[in-house]
Every structure is written in C-alpha cells, then in structure tokens.
Design a protein around this ligand. Structure first.
Ligand SMILES: [Zn+2]
Length: 87
C-alpha cells in the first residue's frame, strides 16, 4: 500500500537512517541521478539500495513496495512512492 510505503520511507529519512554513498549525475538530466548506491538502516538489517542501468534494487528483496528504495529515490530526484501526491 503506497501510503504505508511513504510513511515508512519518510520515517527512515526523518530518523537519519539513509546514507547516500554514491550518486552520479550527468548533463542530460542534472536533477536526477543515473547511478546510485545507498545504505538504509532498517529494523533488522542495513539494506543496500542501488540504481544501475535504469533498474532499482534493494537487498530486502521486495522491489515493488520497498520503502528503502522509495526513501533513496526521494533524495536523488526520482519518482518515488515516498513523494507527497500532487494536489
Ligand atoms: Zn528494500
């Protein structure tokens, strides 16, 4: 459920649990990283979130509703389930 993913993702950001280790930008779109690596400290583990070749992945293994990737997407300029819906 997107609302729950958003709440969890924002909780990770608010709690200081998100560390972006690498974010590469290019001239094509300087507002959106094309390559990302980040760590998100979760409840039971530290998850590794990656963007490579246009594909997001997370070591939690549930890419469809992953709050870790949603948190990282929000701070690297990508569409994200953590982003507040436009009114
Ligand atoms: Zn995850």
């Amino acid at each position: 459920m997107p609302v729950d993913v958003r709440a969890r993702a924002c909780g990770y950001l608010r709690g200081g649990n998100v560390t972006v280790l690498l974010a590469h930008y290019d001239q094509v779109d300087p507002t959106r990283a094309y390559k990302v690596r980040a760590h998100v400290v979760g409840h039971s583990s530290t998850y590794v979130v990656r963007l490579a070749d246009g594909v997001w992945s997370c070591t939690c293994g549930s890419p469809a509703d992953c709050p870790h990737a949603a948190a990282v997407q929000l701070v690297t300029g990508h569409p994200s389930l953590a982003r507040k819906a436009a009114k």
